[in-house]
Design a protein around this ligand. Structure first.
Ligand SMILES: [Zn+2]
Ligand SMILES: [Zn+2]
Length: 194
C-alpha cells in the first residue's frame, strides 16, 4: 500500500481539491482495510471486499480512491443516509467493519489547535494527527449481500414490457404477469417527470 501522503495525493487528484474530507476519507478507508486484513485493495485483494458508504460528500471520493471500490464495478454501494460512515465487507463471509466519524471531532479540532487561523486548517491537522480512536467509532457487523448486488455477471438482460428499456441485474418486478422496470412499476418513485 502507498504511504498516507501518496494516497492523499491520489485522492486530491481524483476529487479535485485537498480538503478535510479527503484526509478523513483516507483515514477511514485505511482503518477499515487494516481491520479486514486487506493489504492490496486495488490489486491482489480487489475481489475480496466491497464498501458501503452512507454519505455523498468529499470523504466518499477518498474512500473510493483508497479502496478502489467504484460504483461502476458494483463494489461501491451507496446508502443515502447522510452519515459520515462506511462499512468495509468481506464478500466471502459477510463480515464487515463499520467505521463512523465521531460527531465531536470538529469541536475537538478547534479545542486542540486554537492557534490555527481557519476551521479548515484546524480540521485538516486534527484529521491528520489524531489517533483512530479519537476520530472514529468502529463496530463489527454482518452484512447479507444480496446475490443481485454482487460484482460480476449482469444476469439475463430483460426488456421492460411497458417502456421497452433494457434492465440488468434482475431489477424488474412482475405486475399482472408482465415484467416491468422499477420506474414503470412505481412511477410515483421516479426522480424525473417527462
Ligand atoms: Zn472536498
Ligand atoms: Zn419500464
Amino acid at each position: 500500500m502507498e504511504s498516507f501522503d501518496e494516497l492523499l495525493r491520489l485522492a486530491k487528484a481524483a476529487h479535485g481539491h485537498l480538503c478535510a474530507g479527503q484526509i478523513l476519507g483516507v483515514r477511514m478507508a485505511l482503518l477499515g482495510l487494516e481491520r479486514l486484513g486487506i493489504a492490496d485493495p486495488r490489486g491482489a485483494d480487489r475481489k475480496r471486499f466491497i464498501t458501503y458508504v452512507e454519505i455523498d460528500r468529499c470523504a466518499t471520493d477518498a474512500i473510493a480512491v483508497v479502496t478502489g471500490c467504484r460504483l461502476g464495478k458494483r463494489a461501491l454501494k451507496f446508502r443515502d443516509w447522510g452519515k459520515m460512515a462506511a462499512t468495509f465487507v468481506e464478500v466471502a463471509t459477510g463480515r464487515g467493519i463499520r467505521v463512523v466519524a465521531h460527531e465531536d471531532s470538529r469541536a475537538l479540532a478547534d479545542e486542540l489547535y486554537p492557534h490555527l487561523e481557519t476551521k479548515r486548517e484546524r480540521q485538516m491537522k486534527a484529521y491528520r494527527e489524531l489517533p483512530d480512536a479519537a476520530l472514529f467509532r468502529e463496530q463489527w457487523v454482518r452484512v447479507a449481500i444480496e446475490p443481485a448486488d454482487l460484482p460480476g455477471s449482469p444476469g439475463d438482460r430483460v426488456k421492460c414490457a411497458h417502456c421497452g428499456e433494457g434492465i440488468n441485474f434482475g431489477r424488474f418486478t412482475h405486475v399482472a404477469g408482465e415484467r416491468l422496470c422499477l420506474s414503470c412499476a412505481s412511477p410515483q418513485l421516479r426522480y424525473w417527470e417527462p
